[in-house]
Design a protein around this ligand. Structure first.
Ligand code: ZN
Ligand code: ZN
Length: 139
């Protein structure tokens, strides 16, 4: 574990211009314990300012192009975003559990699994574990 870099540090490190939109998106994702979709990010933006959906979407794709965001799709093919593990307190190679009904995705840190170094002769560079089921709210 390390102290999280501030959104400004992260933007500087990857050479992106510091904008209010990018800063807000990073800070919302840093505070979130689970991946968020575009709509959920819009809802978490500070009230009292006008935020443009398209601009926020563009900020997300800028961050993705710099490889500081991971994206994943739920069963309804809605894209969810989270910061790379190195930029958060989440465990490396953490997994996800996806609700088949509402599509919500939660992070699963305690997999207790080590990534194998090789599988069938492939040198392994990353591992994804996704569980599918029904969340508490939908049961
Ligand atoms: Zn659900
Ligand atoms: Zn996650």
């Amino acid at each position: 574990m390390q102290d999280n870099d501030s959104p400004i540090d992260i933007l500087k490190n990857v050479g992106l211009k510091i904008t209010k939109n990018r800063e807000q998106v990073i800070s919302i994702l840093q505070d979130s314990k689970r991946p968020l979709n575009h709509q959920e990010i819009m809802e978490k933006l500070p009230k009292g300012q006008s935020w443009d959906r398209v601009t926020i979407y563009r900020a997300l794709s800028d961050l993705e192009s710099k490889k500081i965001l991971s994206t994943m799709l739920n069963g309804d093919r809605v894209t969810y975003f989270e910061l790379k593990e190195e930029l958060t307190e989440k465990a490396i190679n953490h997994g996800h559990v996806i609700c088949n009904k509402c599509g919500r995705i939660e992070c699963v840190d305690d997999l207790g699994k080590q990534m194998p170094k090789s599988v069938k002769g492939f040198k392994i560079s990353s591992m994804e574990v996704n569980f599918h089921g029904i969340c508490k709210d939908c049961q």
